[in-house]
Design a protein around this ligand. Structure first.
Ligand SMILES: [Zn+2]
Length: 251
């Protein structure tokens, strides 16, 4: 008997049925693996978004810090402005003093003195305002420091969570490699036609194989005609649900 003859005989046997139920049972461990692989791949796919979500937790803290810094700069700018005002008042006084030296009458001199006194009052007003502002700057600085600390603490927490997710990715990748090797072994036992039919259904559904329980499809939960269970028990062909297309087996 040639090997070619053997091959065609086996091939024909596959199509003549009888193998169908046992092949379906062989598919069950495959389906178990594929479901786990699908779950792990989905988790893997979700991880970049989860990492981004972690990073976005920092956005609020960064915004709070930026706001605190801007508030502090605003107060500092107000002080600088007052400094310039004070300087310009002092320049004004110096100018008045120069002019005073060439004044002829006592009346004019006194009038100038009063002008100088007015400017000095203005300077004191500015300086009082500056004192208040300096306290505001100090409060703003404390606020900035607190926001900085909050951001640093959150960064630390985020980094830990991201590292945990990276670890999870590495773990899943190892698990997937192991399971794919196991899948290769299981698949080798399944005839090609059966496998392709199974894979076609599995790619569209949560499961390709579902049990029939009490005459109900375990996939779509529709009532099946009694002939379906009889056909499965006859073990001749792979039987699928008319409603959802999943392959059926008797649990
Ligand atoms: Zn169904």
């Amino acid at each position: 008997m040639s090997s070619c003859f053997l091959f065609t005989t086996r091939r024909r046997l596959r199509w003549e049925g009888a193998y169908a139920v046992s092949e379906i049972k062989k598919l069950l461990p495959l389906q178990e693996l594929d479901c786990q692989l699908r779950t792990m791949r989905r988790e893997l796919e979700d991880i970049p978004a989860r990492k981004e979500e972690e990073q976005s937790r920092l956005q609020e803290h960064k915004a709070n810090l930026a706001e605190a810094e801007a508030a502090m700069k605003l107060e500092q700018a107000k002080i600088k402005e007052l400094d310039l005002e004070v300087q310009s008042c002092k320049d004004q006084i110096a100018k008045y003093r120069q002019q005073q030296m060439v004044l002829k009458s006592n009346k004019e001199f006194k009038a100038m003195e009063s002008e100088i006194a007015n400017v000095q009052v203005k300077i004191r007003g500015h300086e009082d305002q500056e004192l208040v502002l300096m306290e505001d700057v100090e409060n703003a600085r404390v606020n900035v420091t607190e926001r900085c600390k909050e951001l640093a603490a959150e960064e630390e927490a985020v980094n830990l969570d991201v590292a945990e997710l990276d670890k999870r990715v590495a773990g899943i990748e190892v698990e997937i490699t192991t399971m794919e090797a196991k899948r290769g072994e299981v698949v080798a036992e399944v005839p090609e036609e059966v496998l392709s039919r199974y894979e076609r259904i599995f790619s569209r559904r949560d499961r390709a194989l579902v049990p029939v329980e009490g005459g109900i499809c375990g996939g779509c939960h529709m009532k099946l005609p009694p002939s379906v269970s009889q056909n499965i028990l006859k073990q001749e062909n792979m039987v699928s649900c008319d409603h959802c297309g999943r392959l059926l087996y008797i649990a």
